[in-house]
Design a protein around this ligand. Structure first.
Ligand code: GLN
Length: 455
């Protein structure tokens, strides 16, 4: 049924880079056979899923929406893909994104735009616009994304879907194409909070193949989401993040956000305002740390090992260095090049302490702010993004305007804490608004109760 929806919707949505119809059918048949033989099945067995093309899939082309990886067929599966396969979940295909997950609109894909299913003249958010649009357009019931600075949550907000960034280390990054390794995390994109809980329990838990993976089992998120359905939040203390409201947030977004806060109060939650004073430096710190790690991680695309290779033209010596230069010039888009250049500069001798070193100190101050806030409240809240989905082209020529839209999502990545975006109604422009909950590290279950209560 989902393959049929994909066929009907793709001409107007373009969420998928690859549809793996044969593989999906084969996997679905295998689950049917197991069911017929009376075998015990996992909770999501038979439920198909779309995968952001930032996650490697054995035998299915994986490009990170970059020309430099065009034609690369990975010889192995990411740990999350192995877990989905073990759970009997058919893979529908690979979804579009900003090249190497760098962007907030999916306009930086080398393979064309993905359209927002609510209004096809608007972006679906980014970088995981493909996964969010696929779930929002009912092409897939579930999807996976990666979130380095909001790439699961902001597209969730823009498409009226649920998106979760787990605790750093809560889900294995083995086989997630690295963008900024200290910030990257794989997580669920779904239509309901309970679906996200089921999916996060399926993909979460310790993985010896990822040295940053937390050596303990995934928290009990399904039970928490089920509790939330009772819509009783008595005893829960909710902190409104002072620095993530007011100026810079669209009136329509703030209005829906305030109404949702009233709903939380009506369900018995105690709501207080909390200040995280160093959040005003979060965007600056992120846009130093992230490109620094990007410049290092993307050094591996050298024309030798994966995908594209461009030889120098006649008259230019065919040396390895020249081949690398021509390959990277042709293979990377402008935004990726911008970040590699910025990051290389920030890490260079003589500038390292001033830029990267300072940004890391700011990061520590932000972590301390979160720790202090969580001494006072159980969960923090903010709008997921300062605006609703914008029109194509509105910000694509202005990187700073695009970066400013990440203000509410990047703090959770810098601090390694879990966060969820849930739909909170429509703004005055008829577009969905996202409501974000943030919980302490390794307490992802804390997100799920109020999120399920609010949806
Ligand atoms: N929009 C952010 C950026 O451009 C987030 C990216 C992400 O989470 N992958 O860096």
């Amino acid at each position: 049924a989902h393959l049929d929806v994909i066929e009907a919707a793709e001409p107007s949505i373009n969420a998928f880079l690859q549809v793996s119809a044969d593989i999906a059918r084969e996997q679905a048949d295998a689950v049917d056979a197991k069911r017929a033989s009376g075998e015990q099945l996992a909770p999501l067995a038979g439920v198909p899923i779309a995968i952001k093309d930032m996650i490697v899939t054995q035998g299915i082309e994986t490009t990170a929406a970059s020309k430099i990886l065009q034609g690369w067929i990975p010889p192995y599966d990411a740990t999350v893909i192995t877990k989905l396969k073990n759970a009997g979940m058919p893979l529908l295909g690979k979804t579009n994104l900003d090249e190497f997950a760098q962007g907030s609109s999916t306009e930086h894909s080398a393979y064309g735009n993905t359209n927002n299913p609510w209004d096809t003249s608007r972006v679906p958010g980014g970088s995981g616009g493909g996964s969010a649009a696929a779930v929002g357009a009912f092409e897939a019931p579930l999807a996976l994304g990666t979130d380095t600075g909001g790439s699961i949550r902001q597209p969730g907000a823009f498409t009226g879907t649920v998106g979760v960034k787990p605790t750093y280390g809560g889900v294995s990054r083995f086989g997630a194409i690295a963008m900024a390794s200290s910030l990257d995390q794989i997580g669920p994109v779904t239509r309901t909070v309970l679906d996200s809980a089921l999916l996060q329990e399926t993909i979460g838990g310790h993985d010896p193949k990822d040295s940053t993976s937390i050596p303990s089992p995934a928290p009990a998120m399904v039970a928490a989401a089920q509790q939330g359905a009772n819509r009783d939040l008595k005893g829960m203390k909710v902190g409104l993040i002072k620095e993530l409201s007011g100026d810079g947030f669209d009136a329509g977004v703030s209005k829906r956000f305030d109404e949702a806060v009233e709903e939380l109060k009506a369900m018995g939650a105690e709501v207080v305002e909390v200040s995280l004073p160093h959040l005003k430096y979060a965007l600056g710190a992120y846009y130093i740390i992230m490109p620094s790690e990007v410049s290092s991680n993307l050094a591996r695309y050298d024309g030798m090992r994966y995908g594209l290779r461009v030889m120098p033209p006649e008259g230019v010596p065919a040396t390895a260095a020249n081949m690398m230069a021509y390959t990277r010039e042709a293979g990377f888009g402008d935004e990726v090049k911008r970040r590699i250049i910025l990051g290389t500069y920030a890490l260079s001798a003589g500038y390292y302490d001033a830029w990267y070193g300072s940004a890391q100190k700011v990061r520590t101050l932000i972590i301390n702010d979160f720790n202090k806030a969580f001494e006072k409240v159980d969960v923090l809240v903010s709008p997921t993004a300062p605006s609703t989905a914008f029109k194509f082209g509105e910000k694509s020529d202005d990187p700073i305007a695009m970066y400013l839209g990440d203000i509410a999502t990047i703090p959770a990545n810098l601090a390694g804490v879990p966060a969820i975006s849930v739909p909170a109604g429509l703004s005055d422009d008829g577009m969905p608004v996202g409501f974000q909950f943030i919980a302490p590290q390794q307490h992802d279950e804390v997100l799920y109760k109020p999120a399920a209560a609010l949806e």
